[in-house]
Write a protein that binds this ligand. Structure first.
Ligand SMILES: [Zn+2]
Length: 190
């Protein structure tokens, strides 16, 4: 019994040591602001993280900036898929997974495709651009497998991020499980 307790104490100390020394791999994508998000999303898997306009959108992981949309071209008349995100940034994470944040009010000037970013680095600010016009400011957050540029229907999200968001918020490095299909689905009609 004594040995068992001793062993458990050692394991506990070691576990704490690794938590204290290792930098977090994943960062919750909205920093220093009160947030709210649901376990659902309209039409396809993603998460809308409600936060005040101007709250920092930060990179959820270290990686390389993938695509950046700097101009809001969305119109309610056309509602084109590629315009719905408004101002947006996608990141190819070092874990091989793509992360996407959209409806931004602002993108940091240095954020351009190919830029190397750290986990938690500020990329832009929460807003209501694109199809979020007229709604509460929020960060649309999507997780997907990487594709070539412009495949907006994959980039916007292919799996529900909420359980990863919950983990990262609590300081746990949970890697999303993302499957890359043999063929990329065709562009949806709407
Ligand atoms: Zn959304």
């Amino acid at each position: 019994m004594k040995i068992k307790v001793g062993l458990l104490t050692a394991v506990f100390l070691l576990a704490n040591l690794s938590i204290a020394t290792a930098a977090p791999i994943y960062t919750f994508p909205v920093a220093a602001c009160t947030v709210k998000y649901a376990k659902t999303h309209h039409d396809y898997p993603a998460t809308d993280i409600i936060a005040k306009k101007g709250c920092a959108f930060v990179s959820p992981i270290a990686g390389v900036i993938d695509e950046v949309v700097l101009v809001d071209k969305w119109s309610g008349k056309t509602n084109k898929g590629e315009d719905r995100g408004g101002l947006s940034v996608s990141i190819l994470g070092d874990d091989g997974i793509r992360y996407y944040g959209s409806h931004l009010s602002k993108i940091e000037v240095n954020v351009v495709p190919g830029l190397r970013v750290a986990s938690g680095e500020k990329l832009g600010e929460v807003g209501a651009t694109g199809s979020a016009k007229g709604t509460s400011p929020h960060l649309h957050f999507g997780i997907s497998y990487p594709t070539q540029n412009g495949i907006w229907w994959v980039r916007r999200g292919v799996l529900y991020p909420w359980k990863y968001l919950d983990a990262w918020k609590a300081g746990n490095d949970l890697k999303p499980v993302v499957k890359t299909p043999a063929t990329i689905p065709a562009e949806p009609k709407k």
